[in-house]
Structures are given as structure tokens and as C-alpha cells.
Design a protein around this ligand. Structure first.
Ligand SMILES: *[C@@H]1O[C@H](CO)[C@@H](O)[C@H](O)[C@H]1NC(C)=O
Ligand SMILES: *[C@@H]1O[C@H](CO)[C@@H](O)[C@H](O)[C@H]1NC(C)=O
Length: 332
């Protein structure tokens, strides 16, 4: 049985040959043909479009199916990734929430964005070094500007968060950063326990490997790739990630390759239904480009009233926001 790794290796060899072989017609035909064969052999088809639509543009939302998704469950309106934030997002009219999955030292799936608990709680150290009972003692509102309004919030388990969202009929965007195998296993448990998730949730990741493994484990799950062009060479605010010019240029070259792969290969290989893109790179033409491929674009993170209006009136696509009610400009 061929594995995806073998396929990727073949693909890389062919790709390098093409680069070496410059632009000869034979090489480019060979490249195109092998790419095609590779895709046909290893790809997971998209879920049927009516199912993707049900999740990504739920009929329950007003405003022409433009879903407003509370990023980290709405990190400016309430302490991020908590049950209080989920309830607050619902109260403020969100149609969905984006939640970040992490694991404790004893393997309990919990909601946490960072690798450490320092920024959001009164504890310190990596989540992966804390046992669940230790994590559970921490105050998840400790660092939030509205901590007085949300006293006694704990770091929730994945299960508690899922049940809270189902209770409030919120769409869930599960954001998975690492631990592909554990994450896929934990999410599978949730989908089996709550089949309504097939209609109301999407698994997203920056890592194509996570999405590929999720589709492999359960091809009925709606998925999305998250992308920020130039993310390997530059930080979110645009400053270079590396001081060494050589490293910077090398990473920029990889960025070009990665961007190409996202637009021509990875979405198809993983069979994603949506593409979650950093907002600076979204235009009406870009939305159209993906619409022709049966893929929805979702923008992040859209925080000012002017931007939100642009999404509602011009782009007419769903977006993620840190604040449901007012403008905000959180610094994380
Ligand atoms: C964090 O806050 C909680 C709740 O107030 C408290 O019980 C706990 O001891 C605090 N932990 C640390 C490490 O300060
Ligand atoms: C999911 O949606 C389909 C059709 O849209 C419906 O038939 C099915 O009952 C729903 N499943 C759950 C668990 O709600």
C-alpha cells in the first residue's frame, strides 16, 4: 500500500527535475501528468456542496448567509476559548465560534490558543506540561480586560465546549495547530458522540497534514485550510521572522512554493470545502477564484466596523472577528 509520504517524495523528485530541466515541453508535460496522477491517487474528494454550505453558510443566519464567527470564541468580548465566551458570542449574535485545541500532559483535549498558559491565565508554563487537574485550578479570565465581569472561568475541555456550542446552536470551527494524531482521534470521538457536528462544524488547520489525516479518518467531516501568505518568512504584523538575510530569503522562497501548493495542490489533495485566509489578501476576484473551485473563502480577523461592512456588502463572505459588538484592536 502506497503512503502519502511516498507520493510526496515522488512529487518532490519530479518537481526538482522540472526545476533542473528548465522549461522544456517534455518536462512540463511530464510534470503536469505526474501531478494529475498523484492527485487522483491520493486525494480526498470534497464533501457534497450542499453539506459544506449547510456548515459554512447556515440558513439560521440572517444577512444572506454571511456567517460571523467569533475568533477564539470572541477574545475581546470575553476571556478567549472559555464557556463564558461561547455564551457571550451567542448573546452578541455570532453564528459560530472558532476554538483552539490543545492537550494537557495527561492527554485531555482542552481549549487553549497558545502553547503556554501565561498570556491568558494566572498560571505559567506549557499546557503540555500541566496535568488536567493542575490546569483546571487556574483562572482563565485572569488576564482579560473584563475579568471582573467573568469571574471563576476555567479552561474548558473540548467536550464541554462542544456541548455548550450545540446547546446554543453555534457552528464550530475547530482550529488544530499540532498533534495531528491526537487531535484527529479526539475530534473523531466528538463526531461519533454528537453526529450533529457533521452538519455544524468544520475542522481547520494551517497544517495540511492535520486536514489530510482528518479526511483519512473520516471523509464526511467538512474541513478547511488556513493560510497566511508569507507566514514562513514574516510575522503577523509583517516584520521579518529571521534576522539573517540568507535565512529570510530562503524562507521567502519556501513561502512562494507553499502559496503555490495551497492554490494548486493542497486544497485538492485534502478536498477542503473552505479556505480561511488572512484578510489583507482577500479581494472580490480572489473570492471568485475559489468559488469556481467550489471552495468558500472565510476572512480573518475582521475587527473594525468598516471592514465588517465590506464583508457584508462587497465581498459577501463569512468572517472571523474578535469582537461582535464594537470595533476592537486586540494585541496578541
Ligand atoms: C489562580 O487563580 C485561582 C482562582 O482564583 C486560584 O485558586 C489559584 O490558586 C491561582 N493560581 C495561581 C498559580 O496563582
Ligand atoms: C444533518 O443534515 C441532514 C440534511 O441536511 C439531515 O437529514 C440530518 O438529519 C442532519 N443530521 C443531524 C444529526 O442533525
Amino acid at each position: 500500500m502506497l503512503q502519502i509520504g511516498d507520493g510526496l517524495a515522488c512529487f518532490t523528485v519530479v518537481f526538482v527535475l522540472v526545476l533542473l530541466g528548465t522549461r522544456s515541453a517534455i518536462w512540463s508535460s511530464l510534470f503536469t501528468a505526474s501531478l494529475y496522477v498523484f492527485l487522483v491517487m491520493f486525494r480526498y474528494p470534497q464533501v457534497p456542496s450542499f453539506r459544506a454550505r449547510q456548515v459554512l453558510r447556515p440558513s439560521t443566519v440572517s444577512g444572506g448567509g454571511i456567517a460571523v464567527v467569533a475568533h477564539r470564541a470572541g477574545g475581546d468580548d470575553a476571556p478567549e476559548n472559555t464557556l463564558a465566551a461561547i455564551r457571550e458570542a451567542r448573546r452578541n449574535g455570532a453564528s459560530g465560534v472558532e476554538l483552539d485545541l490543545e492537550f494537557t500532559a495527561d492527554g485531555v483535549p482542552v481549549l487553549m490558543h497558545d502553547e503556554t498558559v501565561d498570556r491568558t491565565t494566572n498560571g505559567s508554563g506549557p499546557v503540555s506540561k500541566l496535568r488536567f487537574y493542575e490546569l483546571r485550578r487556574l483562572d482563565a479570565s485572569a488576564k482579560h480586560r473584563l475579568r471582573e465581569k467573568f469571574p471563576g472561568e476555567k479552561v474548558p475541555t473540548l467536550q464541554e465546549a462542544v456541548e455548550e456550542c450545540i446547546r446554543h446552536q453555534l457552528t464550530i470551527y475547530f482550529d488544530v495547530k499540532g498533534h495531528p494524531d491526537e487531535a484527529v482521534a479526539a475530534l473523531r470521538v466528538m463526531y461519533r458522540k454528537h453526529p450533529v457536528l457533521y452538519n455544524t462544524s468544520v475542522v481547520c488547520s494551517f497544517e495540511p497534514k492535520v486536514i489530510y489525516k482528518m479526511r483519512q479518518a473520516d471523509p464526511d467531516v467538512v474541513t478547511a485550510l488556513t493560510h497566511r501568505p508569507w507566514s514562513l518568512s514574516r510575522l503577523g504584523d509583517g516584520t521579518p521572522r529571521f534576522e539573517s538575510p540568507w535565512k529570510h530569503h530562503w524562507m521567502q522562497a519556501l513561502d512562494v512554493l507553499l502559496d503555490w501548493a495551497h492554490h494548486h495542490l493542497l486544497w485538492n489533495l485534502c478536498g477542503v470545502s473552505a479556505f480561511l485566509l488572512q484578510k489583507s489578501f482577500i479581494s472580490p476576484d480572489y473570492v471568485q477564484y475559489w468559488a469556481q473551485r467550489g471552495v468558500e473563502v472565510v476572512g480573518w480577523t475582521v475587527n473594525t466596523a468598516v471592514e465588517k461592512q465590506f464583508y457584508q456588502d462587497v465581498l459577501k463572505i463569512s468572517y472571523m472577528t474578535d469582537c461582535l459588538r464594537e470595533d476592537c484592536n486586540p494585541h496578541y
